[in-house]
Design a protein around this ligand. Sequence first.
Ligand code: H79
Length: 416
Amino acid sequence: MTTNNHKWFSEGRYGLFIHFGLYSIAARHEWVQTLEEVDVESYQKYFDQFNPDLLDAKEWAKKTKAAGFKYVTITAKHHEGFCLWDTKETSYNITQTSYQRDLLGELIEAFREEGLKIGIYYSLLDWHHPEFLVDGYHPMRNNPEFIQNQQDNMENYRAFMFAQVKELLTNYGTIDYLWFDFSYQSRDWGTSVGKGADDWGSVELEKLIYSIQPNILINDRLGLNRGVLTPEQFARSKGMENEADVWETVQTLNNSWGYDRDNLNFKSSEMVAKQLVDTVSKGGNITINIGPNARGLWDEQSDTILSEVGDWLTRHGVSIYGATGSNYPAPLDCRYTQKGNKLFLQIFSWPYRTLLLPELGGKVAFARLLNDGSEIRFTDTKNLSGKRASNTNLYKEITEVNIKEALDPTMLMLNL
Ligand code: H79
């Protein structure tokens, strides 16, 4: 994987995840089938009811674009096994429901039209396929009779999976990103209750993928110890990164990926913006999730959060897109992002009067607020005399930014 091929990804920084499937009807977490140990026959009612009549692919795409996202990753198939495209490999797909249409194809087209890069999420786990061997995550894991009647046909399952991946990479034009979920080796869910690279045939699968789409980006969950790192629901801390890493933290808005009606425990838009800044300051991407509801609409809370972050991005996007971390040490409760000779200082917690910026003495040509472009006056401690100057030994070279007049806590842009 060369970073150059994936410039769009590292420059884009902000992605949208879409989790949509039969679980959107249950509306109580996308893992409902396992959490409630529902067998395939009982789960069928969601397939029979599936018909997102208010879904407007173009509207989703327009909103996504307006909210400042640069790429989108869509669940073509989640663990439940339901497929959002016209797959020839199983009738457990959207064209066989009342909805009938190839939603994945329509979404890809609509998002592409808005200039977004396209990611496909494909679950390696499959709780519908009869030959997918029961493991510790499977809905039937506590059902000895079911387990006893199962035969070891993972080879058939692999063939099914390979054929599906081939369809996805052949029938929808250029796919920029393939997002697999998941091998237990991918991170420290690390128990033997799940499956890994050998079960999926990951080495062969990867070959197949590159033979069809040589420039595609693949995430790290095939268990091969390579690909885009995808820390889920946690932030990468400073020091964990390595220059060669391409990484993306993926985050929910309310701790559920699928639409979760009664869970109103939403992050604030401010928190999302801070997570975005924090991520870019560490050289990574962040992908935020939306779980549309069973009628194909985005819930109001998520809609509002995403559009508020989008508003923030219209003013501050210059410090996010194409930016990365900085080697200058940020003051307490602040983050730096940098793009060439522009250094952006995000102030998470507004200080009383002045900000001291270590190691910037003599280096700052101009400072301004980003939200309105107004000048910020600053003092270079290099030019201070007397007692103040001797104090600077503590900080070596410091630029003291006078922020008394700044009313709206926001990002400072420093021209170096
Ligand atoms: O698609 C989303 C998740 O459903 C999926 N990855 C993201 C992008 C994911 N699959 N597995 N995991 C996350 C990790 C497994 C977590 C579990 Fe649990 C802990 C499974 C059972 C306990 C989380 C909490 C899911 C159910 C309860």
